[in-house]
Design a protein around this ligand. Structure first.
Ligand SMILES: [Fe+2]
Length: 209
C-alpha cells in the first residue's frame, strides 16, 4: 500500500502564488483520491506490496489503463509538491550552463516552459527533463508520468485546472509565469540533475526529497 505523502511545507507557504485553499483541495482531495484508487486497484491486481514505481511499471506492461492513470497521478503530484518551495533559490552552476546550451539562457528556459505549458491542450503536465545530457521541455497528457521513462524529470508543473483555477481562473499562462518566478524549487532541480548525471540517487515516491 502506498501512503499519501504530507506536503513538505504549510498549506499557506506558497501564497500569494498558490493559495492555501488551492493547496488544501489539491493535496487533501485530488491527490488523496489518486492514492486511494491506486491502492484499491493495486490490491485487485496482486500488487499490494509493490512500490509506486513498480506499480506504474506493471500497470503499463499489463495494459491496465485505470491503474496506470491513477498511479501516474499519485507519483506526479508527490513529485510536484517537491518541485515547489517558498525558498526555491535561483538556477545556477551546471543547470545554468545546460540552460544556456539548450535555450540560450535562463530566460529562454522560462519562455519555453511557460509556452509549452500554456499551449498544452486540456489536462496534463509540463516538465523540464534531461535526456542524453541535454535539457528539454516536454508535456504529457492527463495521468501520464515520466516516473519510468528515459527522460529524467527535473521539474514539473500541474496543468490540470484544479491546480490554478481557484487562483487564476482561465489564465494558465499567468499561473505558469508566477509559478516559475516565485515557487519553483531550483535546489531540488539541481539535486535531480545531479542524480541524472549519476552523482546521487534520484527522488523516489515515499522518500524525502
Ligand atoms: Fe493536480
Amino acid at each position: 500500500m502506498i501512503k499519501l505523502p504530507p506536503l513538505p511545507y504549510a498549506y499557506e507557504a506558497l501564497e500569494p502564488t498558490v493559495s492555501a485553499t488551492t493547496m488544501r483541495t489539491h493535496h487533501d482531495k485530488h491527490h488523496a483520491k489518486y492514492v486511494d484508487v491506486t491502492n484499491q486497484l493495486a490490491v485487485e491486481k496482486g500488487l499490494a506490496g509493490a512500490s509506486l514505481e513498480e506499480i506504474i511499471a506493471q500497470a503499463e506492461a499489463q495494459g491496465e489503463r485505470k491503474l496506470l492513470n491513477n498511479a501516474g497521478q499519485a507519483w506526479n503530484h508527490a513529485f510536484f509538491w517537491t518541485c515547489m518551495s517558498p525558498q526555491g533559490g535561483q538556477p545556477a552552476g551546471e543547470l545554468a550552463r545546460l540552460a544556456q546550451e539548450a535555450f540560450g539562457g535562463l530566460d529562454g528556459l522560462r519562455a519555453r516552459f511557460v509556452q509549452v505549458g500554456a499551449d498544452h491542450f486540456a489536462s496534463g503536465w509540463v516538465w523540464l527533463v534531461v535526456e542524453d545530457g541535454r535539457l528539454a521541455v516536454v508535456d504529457t497528457h492527463d495521468g501520464e508520468t515520466l516516473a519510468h521513462k528515459p527522460q529524467a524529470p527535473l521539474l514539473v508543473c500541474d496543468l490540470w485546472e484544479h491546480a490554478y483555477y481557484l487562483d487564476y481562473k482561465q489564465d494558465r499562462k499567468g499561473f505558469l509565469e508566477r509559478w516559475f518566478d516565485n515557487v519553483a524549487n531550483w535546489s531540488f532541480v539541481e539535486a535531480q540533475l545531479a542524480a541524472a548525471q549519476g552523482r546521487q540517487a534520484p527522488w523516489r515516491f515515499g522518500l524525502a526529497a
